[in-house]
Design a protein around this ligand. Structure first.
Ligand SMILES: Nc1ncnc2c1ncn2[C@@H]1O[C@H](COP(=O)(O)OP(=O)(O)OP(=O)(O)O)[C@@H](O)[C@H]1O
Length: 302
């Protein structure tokens, strides 16, 4: 049986009477997963995370469950089991990485011995004496995640953790999240507006648009949406290659374009290699369908 660390059951929320921000949102975040909460800007991701972490009050009772029990019954002690960064993390930039952690450790009554362990985990030991203002954005984010880890949470909730980071910073944070999940068994719930990021980091995904859940499943389930790609191959002259097209599922679109239908994106390199080996002179390749198009179509609907 699946055990869920976070569940919302028909969660609704509105800031005013004008419109619903969340509409019957039912999320299931399995224990041990890295769950990506994916949706365009304004979809309702932050609002959901703020509700789950008690930064906003639920407007119905018993629609949010953490560790199998309603959130309302477990307030406030439940937050000892959760680490989160929902709004921009507060770092004291004039303090060192170590002192930033020490400050939070003191507030949370965590022994100082824990600080070195966290610095190692987020790979900032070497830079612990440097002021946080000298850190790169990626290092600042890792320090913030370190602060969220001081109380040994079973669940980490991060709103857009790679937003605004440079490519190197993104890779570092992604690797850290995977390490925390794999080595420490921490379940991670992250939001993002980037499909590519969710694909690289997560084991499960929920897609939200306009406050409604449009898809939820494992990364494998998501991959199955990646069916039926059409690839247009632009050639010098289709006529020249007719005799070589036996065995391909192909349609001629015009005098220079052939259209191939493939089962998934992974078949594209194989097709192109095959054509090149058969001396096709390729001038262009246009791909339609696949996951990215599916996601754009799904979240485009108003
Ligand atoms: N305090 C508020 N008062 C009124 N409306 C709000 C408030 N906060 C957010 N909203 C609105 O709620 C909707 C959902 O916002 P939310 O921040 O949850 O989306 P999001 O998916 O996290 O997107 P983003 O990444 O842009 O923050 C948006 O239309 C936003 O304008």
């Amino acid at each position: 049986m699946n055990e869920y660390l976070i569940q919302t059951k028909d969660l609704n929320f509105q800031f005013n009477n004008k419109r619903k921000i969340l509409e019957n949102l039912s999320l299931n975040i399995p224990k041990g997963s890295i769950y990506g909460f994916l949706g365009p800007n304004g979809a309702g991701k932050s609002t959901t995370m703020r509700l789950i972490t008690g930064l906003l009050n639920e407007q119905q009772n018993e629609s949010i469950y953490l560790f199998g029990e309603t959130l309302s019954k477990q307030l406030p002690q439940i937050f000892k089991r959760i680490g989160s960064i929902i709004e921009t993390p507060t770092l004291y930039l004039h303090l060192s990485g170590y002192d930033n952690l020490k400050l939070i450790a003191t507030i949370q009554e965590v022994p100082n011995s824990k600080i070195q362990e966290i610095l190692e985990l987020v790979e900032l030991s070497k830079f612990q004496k440097q002021k946080a203002k000298q850190y790169s954005l990626g290092m600042k984010q890792r320090l913030a995640i370190g602060m969220a880890l001081l109380n040994d949470p079973e669940l980490l909730i991060l709103d857009e953790p790679v937003n605004g980071l440079d490519p190197q910073g993104i890779i570092e944070v992604r690797q850290l999240l995977k390490k925390l999940n794999k080595e420490k068994g921490i379940t991670i719930f992250i939001s993002s507006h980037l499909l590519s990021e969710i694909e690289k980091t997560c084991t499960h995904v929920g897609i939200i648009n306009q406050g409604k859940l449009l898809f939820e499943g494992s990364l494998g389930d998501l991959g199955n949406k990646n069916k039926n790609i059409t690839v247009d191959i632009i050639l010098d002259e289709v006529e020249k290659y007719h005799s070589k097209l036996n065995g391909f599922e192909v349609t001629q679109i015009d005098s220079k374009t052939l259209q191939f239908v493939l089962d998934n994106e992974k078949e594209i390199p194989e097709l192109i290699q095959n054509l090149v080996q058969n001396d096709f002179q390729i001038y262009g390749v246009n791909k339609r369908g696949g996951l990215e198009d599916w996601f754009i179509n799904l979240t485009d609907k108003k």
